[in-house]
Design a protein around this ligand. Structure first.
Ligand code: FRU
Length: 517
């Protein structure tokens, strides 16, 4: 298989056209996931521009098509009706201008009458030989093709107070409220502390409201696009929480204000925060007059080994949907010969209960369930298997209803050599995910633990397995743990073990997407 690591990003379209056979070959890799969004070839990280435009759900993503490692970022683009089966669209942005030659970094999208508007970070070389600079840019499109504004970058770090970082100034999250567009970006203050800065633009609304612009209006729009004002520090935390608050997202959920961000360089705290890159949510209050977010307690969104840079969008039916990069910056593994890297989580519906976020796989997944197998009131004592409970692309709920035991575990993706073990410790009320024997031959972190907060005796464990991913939803989404594994597809066993006795129900479906991805 030919490798394409040294291709000029300006030639992306030529490369794409010339490499149809290569793309087909990568598409046939049996380790590719069946029903999660993945890159066609090459590397993918953060979800970007998650949005609904003209009735379809769009997801862009950080993308380096030419190799399976990070490189100058493009925005890949896929479109879906149901967030489970995705269609590949042309790459929306490539780093082909001086102001984004080092990469088109993460950002968001809004639907307007004028078109689908993308906000992203253009990374450019510092002319004085310093670190690369990060500025905010815009592109407008029709859901398929996107045109960068002539006036890019539309917002530079120059509008921020002195000492704020222009090097870590990225990931614009934009929304409109009463005719004003607001933008959040990450930055660092003069004390070098990560925080989220707010900007506003009251000039562009009048143009984005129109379906077409005359030549003169286009010029005025370009000018207005550059009129972002600094509006203060939107959110910060008394204590240091990582180094940069990457990928901010802000939205209303069940009557409350929620802020998401993903900080690197965090130090572990109990089972709540782990070392390195964490994905955080805070339920707080947005003070509209002061334009500040009053922070509540930060919590981790997902306690598995692979989850970062989450984004949300609101569907026309009012559901708030979250998706995240199901990989980690420092903890991942690229199997030899694999020509792609990176996958998204299953999209999740968000709800709020007692101030905590609840995540459930989108209900659209259920329409792809086939071949149900169920067991009820089975007694597990020691090790046990169940006929028909196996597979690598499935949706399985195990309910532990009662029993006398300390540890109950379930091994998935199992054969004589491999397994990924999910253990419920009843005394500690703790879940542990352990992929030590999943098939990696590199020294990456393999274990993560999380508390089960609800007090009830019964516990439900819903597993979404898709070839090399294991997503666990505990008690209807009160806790989620997402983890990548790297196990041969022939390891499709599932087994149960209880060190005392337990009464369980199992309900399992295979997931089948009747289309060629
Ligand atoms: C988060 C991140 C973003 C940045 C992007 C670059 O994973 O570091 O802050 O925009 O990735 O690919």
């Amino acid at each position: 298989m030919k490798k394409y690591e040294k291709v000029f990003q300006k030639d992306y379209e030529t490369w794409y056209g010339e490499n149809e056979a290569y793309r087909k070959q990568v598409a046939e890799d049996p380790d590719r996931l069946a029903f999660h969004l993945m890159p066609e070839t090459g590397w993918m990280n953060d979800p970007n521009g998650f949005s609904v435009y003209k009735g379809q759900i769009h997801l862009f993503y950080q993308y380096h098509p030419y190799s399976n490692v990070w490189g100058p970022m493009h925005w890949g683009h896929q479109v879906s009706e149901d967030m489970i089966s995705w269609k590949q669209y042309p790459t929306a942005l490539a780093p082909d201008m001086e102001y984004d030659e080092e990469g088109c970094f993460s950002g968001s999208a809004v639907m307007t009458n004028l078109g689908h508007v993308l906000f992203y970070t253009g990374v450019s070389k510092d002319k004085n030989g310093g670190c690369n600079l990060q500025n905010q840019c815009m592109a407008v499109g029709d859901g398929v093709g996107y045109k960068k504004l002539k006036n890019n970058p539309v917002l530079t770090g120059a509008v921020m107070p002195e000492g704020f970082s222009h090097i870590d100034f990225r990931d614009p999250k934009v929304w409109e409220e009463d005719g004003i567009y607001y933008m959040l970006t990450c930055s660092r203050d003069a004390q070098n502390k990560g925080m989220i800065a707010l900007f506003s633009n009251s000039e562009i609304y009048q143009y984005l409201e129109k379906t077409e612009l005359t030549e003169q209006e286009t010029e005025a729009f370009e000018k207005a696009a550059g009129c972002w004002k600094y509006g203060g520090v939107f959110a910060e935390h008394m204590e240091r929480l990582g180094s940069v608050w990457e990928c901010p997202d802000y939205f209303r959920l069940d009557g409350k204000d929620v802020l998401l961000f993903s900080p690197p360089d965090v130090q572990a705290q109990g089972n709540e925060l782990h070392n390195g890159n964490n994905a955080i949510y805070v339920v707080g209050t947005y003070d509209h007059a002061k334009k500040q977010f009053q922070m509540g307690q930060p919590h981790t969104l997902d306690k598995g080994l692979d989850f970062y840079a989450s984004q949300t969008t609101e569907l026309p039916d009012g559901r708030r949907i979250l998706i995240a990069w199901m990989q980690s910056w420092h903890n991942s593994f690229i199997p030899d010969g694999q020509e792609w890297q990176g996958m998204m989580t299953i999209p999740r519906e968000l709800y709020l209960s007692d101030g905590r976020i609840i995540q459930k796989p989108v209900k659209e997944l259920e329409q792809y369930r086939v071949r149900p197998v169920s067991y009820s009131n089975e007694k597990v004592e020691g090790g046990q298997n169940f006929d028909g409970i196996e597979g690598r692309t499935l949706d399985m709920t195990v309910t532990i209803k009662s029993g006398e035991f300390q540890e109950f575990y379930i091994d998935v993706a199992k054969d004589a050599e491999h397994y990924t073990r999910i253990t419920y410790n009843r005394r500690k009320r703790e879940i542990e995910v352990d992929r030590t024997f999943a098939g990696m031959n590199r020294d990456v972190a393999c274990i993560r633990r999380a508390e089960v907060e609800s007090e009830s005796e019964q516990i439900t464990l819903r597993f979404i397995l898709d070839r090399n991913s294991v997503e666990l939803f505990v008690n209807d989404g009160e806790l989620s743990m997402s983890t990548a594994i790297y196990t041969p597809q022939t390891a499709d066993g599932i087994s149960f073990f209880c060190d005392g006795n337990a009464i369980i129900d199992i309900k399992k479906f295979d997931i089948e997407i009747p289309m060629n991805r």
